[in-house]
Design a binder for this molecule. Structure first.
Ligand SMILES: Cc1ncc(C[n+]2csc(CCOP(=O)(O)OP(=O)(O)O)c2C)c(N)n1
Ligand SMILES: [Mg+2]
Length: 654
């Protein structure tokens, strides 16, 4: 049989001819584009508007090309250079860059990410989870296996014996807020508007994944011209139910010891100014979550700083006794609630202001489902003559001051021979320009920074702690710098996170975005080491050391172990960064001064002490301990944990 007889008749056919059923039903003007070209042509004309200010929703597209996207999205990006293409080193990193970009832009702008099929695609799954958990819009365009199937299995295809309707891209389903597979070019006409609806919705946003089979990406279709017209998506400021607002005002008036928990929603809604007026007027003090830190300036007299497991004694004491908690834009993660032990008043009630009903009803709260800015404004209007009692306001102000002194104390510790993390945080805080942005994500730094960082504006403290993903730091820093090139960006990163993903130093050099990377090397996992010791496990597996006689030296082995001789400074230099190596606190201060004027990404490398920790201030985090074990130290901790757990509560008051 001649070879062309084996080719299915539809291959190569003109997909826009009338009788194939795939043309437009009416007479409107059309443009014949490949599916991939149509994706880009559509994306570049999507705009968002909030409060009357309008901007393109996409700042371009990150991508790493392979056979799954080179001829499709790759060709389209080449043909439409006005939609800027960015290259990254790692697909996970490009999603982190995008998430950080969107976070810096208060979710009003993002990028698309294109990957090849297979490993390029699944590399993005972690980034997708991070974006969805943090409620940040990212558009992911993984290549997918051939829709026409005849050549299967294609390179990198995961086959299944029970269906042909599956690929590794199905892994994106649970981590995406919208997921679709485009098996015919015209499906874009209904899929892309759905993608935009979700991405621009403050309540629903997260990762949106459109899996694009590599053959369909290249197929042409006569798309209606209207599809590519400029479209402006209005980002609403929804108002809560009036009766619920009145009830909330009544609850606030009836409470003696109210407390605000400020989450990321305050910042995304640009509600920080009205929050301050609300606090000044009512006298209600504020504790801040990891995403919400910076909602109120650190030096406001009613700022109690961080709340929860990594909180301050100021916030945690008032949380313990609060009879009313007003959660604004918070998901109430276990770090915020000290694993449900933070609020111990027997009759504590919650009012939750949140764009998402899902979060607003947590803890059986009185839900104020709406935008934080307009909701606080309306609530304030109902509280004209209300203020907390003078002694409560004074107690909060006193705690604020005591906490500030504690930060001062820690900033001024001069630990030797290796400096402490607290003093290094202090130096970065004090030697960075006020508009700067500090970014971090995992390790012992987030807990210390949550407590110690003095946030001077809502964007000063960029902490990815929804997923606390090692490797986010440098990639995230690049996304921030792209979103706010006029600001200095300080990336605070541990040696563990640095080793996990440092590749985007290269991208920052390539694109001329200068990052200031502060690399704290303590030869392994200070955080999990401390956690492990607190569980009676001696830091097993958390030091960067050589195995000894086939075993892992723990912290019990003391300093007589051989740590890995990895030269992280040389590594950073090899990637194109300017590197300053420090030994002492004084070196560190000099380095911070010096890198202000460097022309490219700079890394300040310093070793710090593994054991010198910032204390806990009456917070708790539930990490379950082995119920039976051959280790007496573990058994002792288990007994302690069992007692602490009894403070965990369900919140059922209304
Ligand atoms: C991708 C990923 N893997 C594992 C973890 C669990 N984890 C949290 S912190 C940490 C160690 C971080 O080490 P490093 O960056 O050196 O910071 P340090 O704890 O030393 O401050 C680990 C393994 C994580 N958060 N993210
Ligand atoms: Mg470390």
């Amino acid at each position: 049989m001649p070879i062309n007889k084996l080719i299915p008749p539809s291959v190569g056919a003109d997909v826009s001819r009338p009788e194939d059923g795939r043309t437009n039903m009416n007479e409107q003007a059309t443009r014949r584009l490949t599916m991939a070209q149509a994706v880009i042509a559509f994306l570049k004309n999507q705009y968002v508007e909030r409060d009357g200010s309008e901007q393109p929703f996409f700042a371009g597209c990150f991508g790493i090309f392979g056979h799954g996207n080179v001829a499709g999205i790759g060709q389209a990006l080449q043909q439409m250079p006005e939609f800027r293409y960015y290259q990254a080193r790692n697909e996970q990193a490009m999603v982190h860059i995008t998430a950080a970009y969107a976070k810096t832009k208060n979710r009003l702008q993002t990028l698309a990410c294109t990957s090849s099929v297979g490993p390029g695609a699944t590399n993005m799954v972690t980034g997708a989870a991070l974006a969805t958990i943090n409620r940040l819009p990212v558009l992911l365009l993984p290549g997918d296996i051939f829709a026409r199937r005849n050549v299967a299995p294609v390179l990198q295809q995961l086959e299944s014996e029970y269906t042909q309707d599956i690929s590794v891209n199905d892994c994106f389903r649970p981590v995406s807020r919208y997921w679709d597979r485009i098996t015919r070019p015209e499906q874009l006409l209904t899929a892309l508007p759905e993608a935009m609806r979700v991405l621009t919705s403050p309540a629903e946003t997260g990762a949106v994944t459109l899996a694009l089979p590599e053959d369909v990406q290249t197929e042409a279709y006569a798309y209606p011209e209207a599809f590519f017209r400029k479209r402006v998506w209005h980002v609403p400021r929804n108002r809560p139910d009036r009766r619920a607002l009145e009830q909330a005002a009544a609850w606030i008036r009836a409470s003696k010891h109210p407390l605000i928990v400020a989450g990321g929603g305050v910042i995304y809604a640009e509600a920080t100014e009205v929050l301050q007026r609300f606090v000044d007027h009512t006298g209600i003090p504020v504790g801040e979550t990891m995403a919400g830190k910076g909602s109120l300036r650190y030096d406001h007299p009613l700022s109690l700083g961080a709340i929860g497991a990594t909180g301050t004694f100021a916030a945690n004491r008032l949380a313990r006794d609060a009879d009313l908690v007003i959660g604004i834009g918070t998901r109430y993660s276990d770090f915020t609630t000290s694993s449900k032990t933070a609020f111990q008043h027997p009759d504590v009630r919650f009012i939750n202001i949140n764009v998402a009903a899902f979060d607003a009803t947590k803890h059986l709260a009185l839900p104020l489902v709406g935008d934080a800015q307009v909701t606080l404004e309306e609530l304030l209007g109902l509280l004209d003559s209300y203020s907390v009692e003078a002694d409560y306001r004074m107690q909060a102000e006193q705690l604020h001051q005591e906490w500030d002194s504690e930060v001062e104390r820690i900033y001024n510790i001069r630990h030797t021979p290796l400096p402490s993390q607290g003093e290094l945080i202090g130096a970065v805080n004090e030697l960075s320009e006020p508009p700067a942005i500090m970014v971090c994500a995992a390790g012992s730094l987030p807990g210390d920074l949550h407590k110690l960082w003095r946030a001077r504006h809502p964007k000063n403290y960029h902490m990815e702690y929804g997923y606390s993903c090692m490797g986010y730091e440098i990639a995230g820093g690049l996304g921030i710098k792209m979103a706010a090139p006029e600001r200095d960006v300080y990336v605070m990163v541990g040696d563990g996170s640095y080793l996990m993903m440092n590749s985007e130093i290269v991208t920052s050099v390539q694109e001329h975005y200068k990052l200031i990377i502060v690399l704290l090397d303590n030869s392994g996992f200070k955080s999990i080491g401390a956690l492990s010791r607190s569980l009676g496990q001696e830091g097993f597996g958390t030091r960067y050391v050589y195995p000894h006689n086939g075993r892992w030296p723990t912290d019990a082995a003391g300093p007589d172990v051989q740590t890995l001789s990895v030269d992280l400074a040389a590594n950073a230099r090899s990637l194109g960064a300017h590197v300053v190596e420090c030994k002492t606190y004084a070196d560190f201060v000099a380095a911070l001064e010096k890198v202000r004027t460097t022309d490219r990404t700079s890394v300040i490398y310093i070793q710090d002490d593994r054991y010198m920790a910032i204390p806990d201030y009456e917070g708790w985090w539930d990490v379950p301990v082995a119920e039976v074990s051959a280790m007496p130290s573990v058994q002792a901790v288990r007994a302690e944990w069992t007692t602490k757990r009894q403070k965990e509560r369900y919140f059922l008051e209304q």
